[in-house]
Design a binder for this molecule. Structure first.
Ligand code: PEP
Length: 249
């Protein structure tokens, strides 16, 4: 993905009708730019509606918020990577903190999802980040690196090179409390170092997004921080006006 990457995570908001209206309102505002990648991650049930509403807009990628850790079978309610790809997804969020902390998703399941997504040709955006408790215990780097290594463990070097990473401190997600650009830069630098060790010099090109209470006021400073290669945005991506301002940063 061409950087910077601006990815919208709508979480459990915007069903097909609202999603279509959102895309129309966003496209009316957003001027396509060659120098960035914009990704929309609607709920699974709205993916086809978003794909249809985007029409031939190749500059905006469709992403899935999650996929299941098995390729197919008796897993009621789940979405496989093949189904997400068939619905038009090119990208998939893996290991979002809500998956880890609300749904109890393990590092092992996250690794399987990354492997399946990668084998399917989707770009996994592997999300990592520490809780407030872990931060206060001085474990920020340790936790993020553990999640990073575990999530990428079953990928080949080439597959690692076609992933993206999102550093999303759990204490900043949906709380209105944002990491400072300096905080983000410090963790992103550690993540970059690890990616270089895992996958060699080509890892300099892997996008590392920051996420956690990004809004139109703080987006420019965060995306300008060292090693920050884009933004993953929840709440502020639900309004076409605010999302346009962020994606146009
Ligand atoms: C997210 O859902 O990944 C996120 C960062 O949410 P918010 O922007 O609302 O903190």
């Amino acid at each position: 993905m061409k950087g910077p990457v601006f990815a919208a995570n709508w979480k459990m908001h915007l069903g097909p009708t609202e999603a279509r209206a959102f895309v129309a309102a966003f496209l009316a505002r957003y001027t396509p730019r060659e120098d960035r990648t914009v990704v929309l991650c609607p709920p699974a049930i709205s993916m086809s509606a978003v794909r249809d509403a985007l029409g031939d807009r190749r500059d905006i990628l469709l992403g899935a918020q999650n996929v299941y850790s098995e390729p197919k079978g008796a897993f009621t309610g789940e979405t496989s990577v093949a189904m997400a790809a068939d619905a038009g997804a090119r990208v998939v969020l893996v290991g979002h903190s809500e998956r880890r902390h609300v749904f109890g998703e393990t590092d092992e399941a996250t690794a399987r999802k990354c492997a399946l997504a990668s084998a399917q040709g989707l770009v996994p955006i592997l999300c990592v980040g520490e809780t407030l408790e872990q931060r206060e215990a001085g474990e920020t780097e340790q936790v993020s690196l553990r999640q990073l290594r575990a999530g990428l463990a079953s990928l080949s070097r080439e597959q690692v090179l076609s992933c993206a990473i999102a550093y999303e401190p759990v204490w900043a997600i949906g709380t209105g409390r944002t990491a400072t650009p300096a905080d983000a830069a410090a963790v992103h630098t550690v993540i970059r170092r690890e990616l270089l060790a895992l996958a060699g010099p080509g890892a300099a090109g892997i996008s590392i997004l920051y996420g956690g209470s990004v809004n139109r006021e703080n987006a420019a400073a965060l995306v300008a921080a060292l090693e920050v290669g884009g933004l993953l945005v929840g709440g502020a991506s639900l309004d076409p006006e605010s999302w346009n301002a962020i994606a146009s940063t």
